[in-house]
Design a protein around this ligand. Structure first.
Ligand code: ATP
Length: 243
């Protein structure tokens, strides 16, 4: 019996006739950070969408603490403790930072989710969110918007946080600031699945990684142990270098 907080078993996902995932076996334990790497179009976002109930998936293909939950509606996934920081952030434009965060707090309350994250706690993690509390989110920098997006997910009090390319398009200094917050999230006992294009960052921030290529897992192992060569092979299915 696996002690995984979440696992997938031969997970298949399709967009109409197009098959994007071909039987993904995956697991993540409580408090673990697992990175998902792979080239554009490998299926990383699709994998997160399938977990989040945004694509039709057979129940037994996804298990949460052993219970089949594949295809469960997104709201119910949030209720069970899974939250996503989506690619492109998808904040509520026209609303302030604090109002964006309050939407998540209201959602958590409505769904009966309790946990250690509060506005105060979030302000300790990302002080700029306090300074900019009244600012409309569209006036923030990309990095600040990403902090709001992460904050919104954390205020859903997740046991498992799904992060879809949270470094995309951000300056190195801002990326460091955002990634520096992840150990604090894990210290709460929250597991993290990290979809990340930057292989170095993915390795640093995770305990284990999976590499996807054209909808299949081509490599998995402890992040500190997988070599650049192995990643290169898995990433491209050939002998390209990863820089
Ligand atoms: N809504 C959609 N309809 C049809 N095909 C899609 C859709 N979204 C993604 N795909 C296809 O599914 C495959 C996997 O895409 P996905 O977005 O999961 O890849 P990814 O690894 O997250 O890459 P990226 O870094 O570009 O987001 C690709 O071939 C993509 O073209």
């Amino acid at each position: 019996m696996s002690g995984a907080i979440l696992s997938t078993h031969g997970l298949i996902a399709r967009y109409g006739d197009f098959q994007a995932l071909y039987g993904i076996d995956f697991e993540i334990d409580a408090g673990e950070a697992v990175a998902l790497i792979g080239a554009n179009g490998a299926g990383k976002s699709t994998f997160l969408r399938a977990l989040m109930g945004l694509l039709p998936v057979a129940a037994g293909m996804v298990r949460m603490e052993g219970t089949p939950i594949g295809g469960t509606a997104t709201d119910r996934m949030v209720q069970m403790g899974v939250a996503i920081v989506p690619e492109g952030r998808r904040l509520f434009a026209g609303m302030s930072v604090e109002d964006n965060l309050r939407v998540a707090m209201d959602q958590a309350e409505r769904l009966g989710r309790k946990g250690g994250w509060s506005l105060q706690r979030l302000h300790d993690l990302f002080p700029i969110l306090k300074e900019k509390a009244r600012t409309p989110v569209q006036s923030l920098s990309g990095g600040q918007q990403q902090m709001v997006s992460i904050g919104r997910a954390l205020l859903c009090q997740p046991k498992l946080l799904l992060c879809d390319e949270i470094s995309l398009g951000l300056a190195p200094k801002v990326i460091r600031e955002i990634y520096a917050a992840l150990p604090e999230v894990r210290a709460q006992g929250t597991s993290i699945i990290l979809v990340e294009q930057d292989v170095g960052l993915a390795k640093q921030a995770s305990d284990r990684l999976y590499c996807l290529l054209e909808g299949r897992v081509t490599l998995t192992g402890p992040s500190a142990e997988v070599t650049r060569d192995a990643i290169s092979q898995a990433y491209f299915g050939g002998s390209h270098a990863v820089v």
